[in-house]
Each structure stands twice: as structure tokens, then as C-alpha cells.
Design a protein around this ligand. Structure first.
Ligand code: GLC
Length: 639
């Protein structure tokens, strides 16, 4: 008895408030654990099956499960709440009011805090989805625009800290804005801790990359693997003379390909993914997805194992952070793209870039022939509505001419001369062209150059400004707005490149920077010009016209149900090869979206004499025919 009372006296009694708090915390933990176990239970068997198929390693699978729980526990309450909301609300990224904008943090606002200060401007652009271009630590001059990551858990010091990022995410969420970042999982920078150790000859780390002492294997690979940067970074291997090994480098020599045959690489990269998701990211853009699995004797693109990995990543996300959406960067020929959605039962990416449509749009501008674009639209329109595409006119990368050449051939357009024509046209070398821009990776062997410029420069705003030609300027603005209207007509998420909303033109100053001069993609990654934002107040300025027109289009898209992701969409057969006609129908509403891809004004015949409201001008009339200016468009809603 005496002993017991002494012991009891030694224990400090917990105050009632603390006991209450502990009880709440315990209950919360039980509830959180229940949610995790329930989600894991839903996916465990499939995940295990896929993992074993690829790696056959029970211990590593067990570690993965433990770590998923760890990252789930680390996920803050606000994000868990958002996950729960999104699980029931379902498909938040299908909403028709979604408008994205991609930006380099330093170009836009110097650093992460600067972006936070500029959120009001972003909101004024109707943007509710921001893609922050790569901002993780990456060596200066060897960064490939940030796509050579030296540390997946550290922000580039001049841009801020991880804490700044989480705070920005929180602020964005308060305003209903989603945040997207890149997850560069195909490779690391040569300065990444693993690469540094591998370069020192540490076998454990060498096995995380592809190292070969004997040149015969790299040579074998080179026989079947195409080159991504044939002129700026030829070949797929880099010789490391200090240790006498070749290392696989599909992109730049300082970007070392990760070896996903090694389960340690997969596990660690998944932990990095979850760590970044936990900073409050809503969308994770998986960079260069098709490349992540390599196999000798193949082209090392789109191999079945890539799909296994992405499916596992999707499952891992659904268990730990189901509010997070995966956006796959699949810049491939059309039939290789859609498989990355997976199937409706076993989905992979939530969203993909509509890359073929983007390239085909510019082909249409240059040829004034909509036939291929129509064919491409018909393919996209026939896909399940669950498939969400990110539509864009241009991004931070070059435009590659990945078109359907089998079809073009039937119309007399052969691949090599046609690519040459497109590149000449957009460089402004053909007499009828108003475009300005530069080639990218002009490969003398395959004659396969790609193209770089901003939307405004491709539409003629740069040349008209240079020539001080007001008439040309008006036409360039009309073309620029029409192309945006066309982008907004498509189902999916429209994505603007920061600066395009004010018609920003090419920036040639990259040529003065030794770190950038060899990479012409910097021509369209210029510093955002805030002076142009001042000019939008003047509605007659170039900036004012473009900004306000885009805003109007976005508002219409948000307000009109015909733009819903569930609408039926098809193209209409029209007798003019320069007129692209898209119909959207939702419930009893019908929109006729008509685009004039030619230098001549046209009169088009509506399907029947009826009352139509021109959503852009706001006028309503009973009409049978309607005039459409050169490079103009109509959004006609049937009354
Ligand atoms: C992606 C990026 C591109 C980068 C490459 C290598 O394609 O969009 O900018 O060069 O990946 O990481």
C-alpha cells in the first residue's frame, strides 16, 4: 500500500484541459489511421502485385507502405481536409472555370514571396491554377531551366525556401487557386547527392544510374535510342573520364538518368513525390514520363514498365494525398499519348497535355487548311470525358512538328519539306508570314528542327510593332485572340503562358547570357514585363485589347454551361477548308464556334435560319448567314 501511494505521488497529475486535448488528439489519430487503413486496403493488393511484378522485393514493398503511412501522418490537417473534400466532390479539375497559367518564378516576380504579392494580378487574369516552373535547387549554368534537380527538398536559395512555398500554397488555397509544380523523375542533376557519391565510385549509388565501363553497351543503346537534343546535347551517354565510366544522359550531359530497375530509386523518388505533395501542391507535373524506363534494344520510350510505375504512383497518391492530381508530360506522337490516362478502371495520369492539337493548330495557321486540325479534334472528341487535357498554344518548350504525316501525305504534304515550310513560315521567311521566332535543335541529319517563339510573336505582334504598321497590328491581335478563343472552345483546362495575356513578344536578350545562349527556348521565357500590365488599363492598347478579350472569353466560358467538360463536342463538315467549325452541346444548349484560319473575310451559313446570340459581341439576331473577319471567330449560341 505504502509503495503504491509513493509512486502515485511521483506522477504529476495531468490538468483536465490537457487530458481533454489528449483525448481529442487520440480520437483524431484513430480517425486518421482508419482513413489511411481504409484507403490502403482499397489499393493494397493491386499495388503489391504491380510492385512485385517489377521488383519482386517484399522488404522494399513493406518499407514503401511504412513510408506512405509516415508521409500521410506528416500531411497537415488542412491538406487532409482538402483531400477528403476532393474525394467526394470528385473531379474538381473538370470545372469549366479552370484557367491555368505557367510561369518561371524569377521572371514573374523575382521569388516565391513576390508571387504571393502578385496573387491579385493572377486573380485579375481569371487564373485559378498556377504552374510554377522548376524552382528546386539546381546548379547555375547546368540547370536546363531548372529541370536538373540537385535537391528535391530544397528550393533554389534565390527563390526562397520550402516554407515560403507552403505558405504560398496556403494563401493560394484560401483564394481557391491550385498550385502545380514539376516532379522531374527521369533524372537528377550531376550535383545531386546520389550522383556525387556515384561519381566517387560508390557502387550503391552507381546502381541508381546507368553506369557502363565498357563502351559496347552505350554503343548498343545508341543504335536504337533517338536523341532528344541532337545539336545542343548529342548522344545518350556522357563519358566521365575521372572514373572511366559512361553514364546515361538522355537530355543534357549534366542530367543523369535514374535507374528505375533499382527499387531503391523508385521508393526514394516516391518519398520525394509525397514530400512535395505535402508542401501543398495540388497538381504534380510528371516531367518527361515516357522516358523513365530503359531497356537495351528498345527506343527507351513508352515501355510497359513506365505505365506500371505511373499506375503505382497514382495509387500511392490516392492512398496518401488523394487531392493531388498527376499531370503527365507526354510529348509523343498521338497514339502514344492517351495510354497515359490508363483505363477508366485503372487510371494513370489525371491530365495530359494536348500536344498534338497544339502543334496542329500552328500547322493550320501556316497552311490555312483546317483539315488536319479537324481530324485531330475528332480524335480528341471521341475520347472518354474522364480524360482531361491541358490545352495550350505554347509552353516553355519548343514546338515540335509531331503531326500526322500519313494523313498529310495524302494531301501532298511530305514530312521533311513540310517541316521546312513550317519552320520557314514561322521564322518569317515566307512572303506571306508575319511570324517571328527561331529554330531549336536544327538537326542536319534528320532535318528535324523545332521552333521557339511566344504566341504574340507567332501571330505577328512583334513584326507589326517593329514596322509600326497599325493595320497589321490589328490583324495580329485578331489572330491572337481567335487562337485563344479556339483554345477555350476545347474541353479541358486552358493553360496560358505568363505574358501571353498581354501579348508579350520574343526576348532576344538570352543571347547575351553565356548560360542561355545555346538554348533558343529562352527566347520565349523572357522576364515578365510589368510595364505592359500598366498598359492594359488603356483598352485600345495592344496589351489592353488582348488582356480584355481573353478575360471576356474566360468569363463567358465560366458562365455558359455549353463549355462544361461533359458537353458533347464535334466538328462540323463545312464547305470551306479555312473554316473550322466546332459544335458544343450540353442539355438543350448549343454553341457554334467558328474559326476563320485565312487572310480573307468570309460569310458563313448557319445550319438553319434561327436566333443566335453572339456570345462575344453580345448581340442577338435571327440570322441565316454571318460575316467573319480574316482570322476572326464566332461563338454563336442558338437561342
Ligand atoms: C521536359 C521539360 C523540358 C526539359 C526536359 C528534360 O521535357 O519540359 O524543358 O528540357 O523535360 O528535363
Amino acid at each position: 500500500m505504502a509503495g503504491k501511494s509513493t509512486a502515485a505521488a511521483g506522477v504529476k497529475k495531468m490538468p483536465a484541459k490537457k487530458i481533454g486535448e489528449k483525448k481529442v488528439a487520440d480520437r483524431k489519430k484513430v480517425e486518421n489511421d482508419r482513413i489511411f487503413i481504409e484507403r490502403l486496403g482499397r489499393h493494397h493488393d493491386e499495388l503489391r502485385w504491380l510492385y512485385m511484378e517489377l521488383y519482386g522485393n517484399d522488404d522494399m514493398f513493406a518499407e514503401l507502405c511504412d513510408q506512405m503511412k509516415r508521409y500521410y501522418d506528416l500531411r497537415n490537417d488542412k491538406l487532409k481536409k482538402l483531400d477528403a473534400q476532393r474525394e467526394v466532390e470528385d473531379k474538381w479539375y473538370h470545372r469549366r472555370d479552370m484557367v491555368g497559367m505557367m510561369m518561371y518564378i524569377d521572371n514573374f516576380a523575382d521569388n516565391i514571396k513576390g508571387v504571393q504579392e502578385k496573387l491579385a494580378y493572377i486573380e485579375s487574369c481569371n487564373v485559378n491554377y498556377i504552374h510554377l516552373m522548376p524552382f528546386l535547387d539546381s546548379p547555375k549554368g547546368r540547370s536546363d531551366g531548372g529541370y536538373a534537380v540537385a535537391d528535391f527538398r530544397k528550393v533554389k536559395p534565390d527563390l526562397g525556401t520550402m516554407d515560403d512555398l507552403s505558405k504560398l500554397a496556403e494563401k493560394c488555397h484560401e483564394k481557391g487557386i491550385s498550385l502545380c509544380m514539376d516532379f522531374v523523375m527521369n533524372h537528377t542533376s550531376e550535383d545531386h547527392e546520389w550522383a556525387v557519391k556515384a561519381r566517387q565510385g560508390d557502387g550503391e549509388y552507381m546502381s541508381r544510374y546507368f553506369f557502363y565501363e565498357d563502351p559496347s553497351i552505350p554503343q548498343e543503346y545508341e543504335k536504337t535510342v533517338p536523341q532528344v537534343f541532337p545539336t545542343t546535347a548529342p548522344g545518350n551517354f556522357t563519358w566521365l573520364s575521372e572514373i572511366g565510366y559512361y553514364v546515361m544522359t538522355t537530355f543534357y550531359p549534366y542530367q543523369w538518368d535514374l535507374n528505375y530497375h533499382n527499387p531503391r530509386v523508385f521508393n526514394e523518388m516516391m518519398y520525394n513525390f509525397l514530400y512535395l505533395a505535402n508542401q501543398g501542391m495540388d497538381i504534380i507535373r510528371i516531367d518527361a514520363v515516357p522516358y523513365i524506363w530503359k531497356e537495351l534494344g528498345t527506343n527507351c520510350r513508352n515501355l510497359p514498365q513506365v505505365h506500371t510505375i505511373i499506375r503505382m504512383m497514382r495509387i500511392i497518391g490516392e492512398i496518401v494525398c488523394p487531392g493531388v492530381v498527376l499531370l503527365g508530360e507526354v510529348v509523343m506522337e498521338p497514339d502514344k499519348v492517351t495510354p497515359y490516362f490508363g483505363t477508366v478502371e485503372k487510371p494513370e495520369c489525371h491530365m495530359l497535355y494536348n500536344v498534338t492539337t497544339m502543334a496542329t493548330t500552328w500547322h493550320t495557321v501556316a497552311t490555312r487548311d483546317i483539315r488536319l486540325l479537324r481530324k485531330q479534334m475528332d480524335i480528341v472528341c471521341s475520347l472518354p470525358r474522364e480524360y482531361i487535357f491541358l490545352n495550350y498554344l505554347r509552353c516553355h518548350d519548343d514546338i515540335g512538328w509531331g503531326l500526322d504525316y500519313d494523313t498529310l501525305k495524302m494531301w501532298g504534304m511530305e514530312e521533311i519539306p513540310h517541316k521546312r515550310y513550317l519552320n520557314d513560315y514561322f521564322q518569317g521567311k515566307t512572303p506571306d508570314s508575319v511570324s517571328r521566332g527561331e529554330l531549336y535543335n536544327d538537326d542536319p541529319v534528320t532535318q528535324d528542327a523545332r521552333f521557339c517563339a511566344t504566341t504574340a510573336s507567332m501571330c505577328g505582334i512583334e513584326s507589326a510593332g517593329f514596322e509600326q504598321d497599325m493595320e497589321k497590328m490589328e490583324q495580329a491581335i485578331t489572330k491572337d485572340v481567335m487562337l485563344h478563343a479556339y483554345m477555350f472552345t476545347q474541353s479541358g483546362i486552358p493553360m496560358l503562358y505568363s505574358g501571353d495575356e498581354v501579348g508579350q513578344i520574343n526576348d532576344y536578350t538570352y543571347k547575351e547570357d553565356p548560360d542561355k545562349v545555346t538554348d533558343s527556348r529562352y527566347i520565349h521565357r523572357g522576364k515578365f514585363n510589368w510595364d505592359q500590365v500598366e498598359l492594359i488599363k488603356d483598352r485600345s492598347s495592344v496589351q489592353g485589347q488582348i488582356f480584355n478579350a481573353l478575360k471576356k472569353l474566360e468569363n463567358i466560358r465560366r458562365d455558359e454551361v455549353v463549355f462544361s467538360a461533359d458537353a458533347e463536342v464535334w466538328t462540323k463538315d463545312y464547305s470551306d477548308q479555312s473554316i473550322l467549325w466546332i459544335v458544343r452541346r450540353y442539355m438543350d444548349e448549343e454553341l457554334h464556334a467558328v474559326f476563320n484560319f485565312s487572310d480573307n473575310a468570309k460569310t458563313v451559313w448557319m445550319p438553319e435560319k434561327a436566333e443566335y446570340m453572339n456570345l462575344f459581341s453580345g448581340s442577338t439576331d435571327e440570322i441565316e448567314t454571318v460575316d467573319i473577319p480574316e482570322w476572326g471567330f464566332l461563338w454563336m449560341k442558338k437561342r
